[in-house]
Design a binder for this molecule. Structure first.
Ligand code: SF4
Length: 188
């Protein structure tokens, strides 16, 4: 039994390394394994979407359609390990370098699934970029295979979650500053 558990753990470590490497290859600047219990969910996060974001109610991956903070808390209880993926502030990926966080996160989800982590689910950052106009009127997504909600759309406090993972993340106060973005792969 102990041998089996050790092999399982070693396989997980190897697969996390593969996913980390893939994230960087696709344009992320870094990725860290984090326990799902360190992901911070707060009710106030959606206030920022509802009062302050021009995309509120305009994307099926955004509030009020995305999982509520309450649902997110429940969902996170079904996972033990996540991969927090950092974008920006790096020479290779660079802000405005054309890296599409949604594409990268979806590719990571797919790779994780193919490695055998069938619960894998990606959360991106910002509104879904795949259609000029979201199909709100008909109420179904045109690209359900890859459209994923953002961390913040699900009520995740990205600052607190990133800090829990050891990343320094501060509020950007000037248009000349380059923001840092994060995506979260719920793994297993
Ligand atoms: S893929 Fe298109 S239809 Fe689906 S959520 Fe994104 S913008 Fe809306």
């Amino acid at each position: 039994m102990a041998e089996f558990l050790r092999e399982d753990k070693e396989r997980l470590m190897r697969d996390l390394e593969k996913l980390r490497d893939l994230a960087v290859k696709l344009g992320a600047s870094d990725a860290r394994e984090i326990p799902a219990s360190s992901v911070v969910v707060r009710e106030w996060v959606r206030l920022k979407c509802r009062f302050g974001c021009g995309e509120y109610g305009r994307r099926l991956t955004c509030p009020p359609y995305s999982p509520t903070p309450e649902e997110t808390e429940r969902i996170l209880k079904g996972y033990g390990i996540c991969l927090l993926v950092k974008f920006g502030l790096c020479v290779e990926a660079g802000y405005n370098s054309g890296v599409n966080v949604h594409d990268v996160m979806f590719k990571l989800e797919r790779e994780a699934f193919l490695l055998g982590y069938y619960p894998a689910f990606a959360l991106a950052c910002g509104p879904c970029p795949y259609c000029d106009e979201c199909n709100i009127e008909e109420g179904f997504c045109r690209h359900p295979e890859r459209a994923r909600p953002s961390m913040e759309a699900c009520g995740i406090d990205v600052y607190a979650t990133a800090r829990n993972a050891g990343y320094e993340l501060k509020v950007v106060t000037d248009y000349n500053e380059r923001p840092t973005f994060f995506g979260l792969l719920l793994l297993t």
